[in-house]
Each structure stands twice: as C-alpha cells, then as structure tokens.
Design a protein around this ligand. Structure first.
Ligand code: PMP
Ligand code: GLU
Length: 409
C-alpha cells in the first residue's frame, strides 16, 4: 500500500470506503478568494430575504450599457459563436492597441496583445510564464488577494513590500531597491490599488521604473481600475515612461470595471513578443479563446463613446464623498481618502481582530465587508462603495451604531 500513489480503502464487505490520494502540492497550499466568498455570502443572504448592505462587492453595480449588450446579441444572431483565435479576434486586438495608444501612450502591435477570460486570467498567465521556482515576485502589501496565490501556483516565492498609511500605502524607491536581490524576477504594481485606492504619480512611477531597469526586474502593471480615478492628475502607465521600462513591462487591463462587465470575462495583456508567445501556448492548452460573444461585446465597449464610463466614474466619485464623509463621524476608525477604484480601506484596529469584526458586523447588523487579513493587512476592513448612495448611508449608519454598542475596551 505504502508505495502506491493513491488507493481506495475498501470496507470489509468490499463497498467503497475512503478515497486516499495526494493533491498536487502547489494547489494544496493555495487559499480560496475571500473577496469572492464573502460577496457570494452577501448575495445569498440577500436572496434569502435578509436586508444586507453589500460593502464587500468588488464589482460595479451598474448594468452593462445597452450598446454593449446589443453587440453581443448581434454576435449570437449572426452566428459569431465559434472558436476564435486563442489570443482573441484581430478586430478586438486592434481596438485594444488603439486604446493603449489613445489612453496610455503605449505603442503595442496587435500581435503583442492577448485577450483572456478576465484580467485575472491574464495575470495568472503572465505569472505562470514568468515566475519560476527559486525566483521572487515582489508584491506591495496591502495587495489584491489573488496575486500571492498565483505566485504560489507558479512555484515561485512572493516577497511582500509592506506599506502603511505613513507612505500612503505606496512603496518607496528605497524600499524597492533594498528588496531586490539576484532572485527577484518581477514586481506587481496595481495603480489605482485594490484595496487601498492609492494612485502612483508619474514621478513615483519614474523612480520605480529607474530601479527596475537598473536591475532588469520585470513589472506587471495591473491597470484594471484606470478609468475609475477621482484625482485631477492624468493617469500614467509605467510602460509609457521610456523604451527600457516598456520592454520590461507587461500591461494588464480589461473591461470588467470600466464598462461594468464583470460577468463577461474579458481581460487582456500586452508585452514583449517573446513573452506573449509563451502566454499564447499556455492559453492554447487551457481555455483557448475567451468567449466569442463577449469579445464582440468588448469590441463595442472599446469603440463606443466614453460617455457611460464617465457617468459611472462621476457616480463613484460622489459615492466616495458620501462614504468618506459618513466615516469621518466615526472617531474610532481612520482611513486615507481613495484616489481611485471603489474601496475605502479603513483602519479598524482599535476595535480588535478584523476577521472577528467583519464577521460580527455581518451577523449583527447585516453589513458585508472584507477583512484586511486577506489583503495582508490585519486590523483593516475594505468597504466597497459600489452600491447606491442610500445603501452607503444606511451601511455606515449601521456600522457606527455597532461600534457605539461595542466600545473599545
Ligand atoms: N486586478 C484587480 C486589482 C482586481 O481587483 C480585479 C477584480 N476582479 C482583477 C484584477 C480582475 O478583474 P477581471 O478578472 O474581472 O477582469
Ligand atoms: N476584484 C474584485 C474584488 O477584489 C472581485 C473579486 C475577485 O475577483 O477577487 O473584490
């Protein structure tokens, strides 16, 4: 028995008993996504009739704009329902190349662009292709929940660059330099950030780029919240700064957040041709092309006027104001006002362990939030303002009341 890789225990009557087997060692050690789990729990409670305020959601609550839906319906009706090239249709990749040129000053050819099943899938592919065992991936912390798990799946090591409110939750050039070693392969940058909402300025990106170029460190630039910024400064993509950093950067974006298309699953990435060829091979043998119908919808999203994007952005900006002014009245907590994305990352550490606080707030006053522990920041709670103004007021009111009933010991 001991030499077998797996075996099925039989009961004395030869009925099937416990199945004992090994799980792949990389998969065995990953943890599930808390953001997805808590959001699903909030949706289930709501469906069961509970009056839940959902501050957990990492997705815009707006409907997908009509012209995008119409493009998908047309795709179905005209039989655009077959396999496309693995990396996406040429029309969509050309539209993405134009978007990169227009919005980001990035000159990618269509052949350097790969469309995947969400930006999450693009990130997964890049990390599997670039990060190898024995290599380190630098992840500024607080981080989005999926980065460390993707790195673990690749067999590489995640090295966290811890940030705090003192540096507005951004890494400093000195911190980056000190943490780069011979084993460092890449840095994952996410600006605006999930969960902190912080945005790197052009100057800050220039300093980071200089260090990465000097050390030949690749950069994954996760720009999924690019369109949702409330700051007056223009958005800067790190890859646009100069030719050297362009060659080291793989830029990631998608349609989920900007066009309220989370369920359509279209994301994309762009980078050096040789890297993209490996990503294509990986995608060839995993998902093949992302859904043809969603690709037609994404093409419309990228080609339509930015009117819908702007009105959603303005609504988020207003909601951010409403949430932060309500939070300002609660003296037990603190936060830094987000410059982008749709999350307020609040320091609840004076109220004790954040996992317990999140659980109690959900159970006792029916407000769903994500504990900072999942983002590498225990003591914090992530509050999403991707819900209506009225629900934001209601949710913060409930949290304030909960805090009043549970004074700090
Ligand atoms: N990056 C970040 C920082 C995110 O918050 C998300 C949200 N899901 C993604 C990537 C992936 O987005 P999607 O897969 O829906 O394109
Ligand atoms: N990115 C969103 C969030 O952080 C959606 C859930 C997920 O994919 O993690 O909540």
């Amino acid at each position: 028995m001991a030499s077998k890789r797996y075996f099925i225990e039989r009961q004395p009557d030869n009925k099937l008993g416990t199945l004992t087997f090994n799980i792949n060692s990389r998969v065995k050690n990953i943890v599930g996504s808390s953001t997805l789990a808590i959001t699903a729990k909030a949706k289930t409670l709501k469906a069961q009739g509970y009056d839940v305020v959902n501050f957990a959601a990492g997705e815009p609550d707006f409907d997908t704009p009509d012209s995008i839906k119409a493009a998908a319906i047309k795709a179905i009706e005209t039989g655009f329902t077959k396999y496309t090239p693995t990396i996406g249709t040429i029309e969509l990749r050309e539209a993405i190349a134009k978007k990169f040129q227009r919005d980001n000053n990035l000159n990618y050819k269509a052949s350097q662009i790969i469309v995947s099943c969400g930006a999450k899938h693009s990130l997964f592919n890049i990390i599997q292709v670039l990060a190898d065992s024995g290599e380190e991936v630098l992840i500024p912390s607080p981080y989005w929940v999926s980065y460390p798990e993707m790195v673990k799946l690749a067999g590489a090591t995640a090295k966290f660059l811890k940030t705090s409110a003192k540096t507005n939750f951004k890494i400093t050039p000195q911190q980056l330099s000190e943490n780069i070693t011979r084993s460092t392969k890449l840095l994952i940058l996410n600006s605006p950030s999930n969960p902190t909402g912080m945005l790197y300025s052009k100057k800050e990106l220039e300093q980071i780029a200089e260090i990465c170029v000097k050390n030949n460190t690749f950069v994954i630039s996760d720009e999924i919240y690019e369109k949702l910024i409330y700051d007056t400064s223009p958005y800067t993509s790190i890859g646009s700064l100069n030719k050297d950093i362009f060659d080291l950067t793989i830029t990631v974006n998608g349609v989920s957040k900007a066009y309220s298309m989370t369920g359509w699953r279209i994301g994309y990435c762009a980078g050096r041709q040789d890297i993209m060829e490996y990503i294509q091979k990986l995608q060839d043998h995993s998902t093949s092309n992302p859904t043809s119908i969603s690709q037609a919808a994404a093409l419309e999203a990228l080609q339509a006027s930015e009117e819908n994007v702007l009105s959603m952005r303005n609504a988020f900006k207003k909601r951010c104001e409403i949430m932060t002014s309500a939070l300002d009245k609660i003296s037990e907590i603190s936060y830094i006002k987000p410059q982008g994305a749709f999350y307020v990352f609040c320091d609840f550490s004076r109220l004790g362990d954040s996992e317990t606080t999140a659980k109690r707030i959900l159970d006792e006053v029916n407000v769903a939030v994500i504990p900072g522990d999942s983002f590498g920041a225990p003591g914090f709670l992530r509050l999403s303002f991707a819900t209506s103004e009225e629900r934001i007021q209601e949710g913060i009111k409930r949290i304030a009341e909960w805090i009043r009933k549970h004074p700090i010991r």
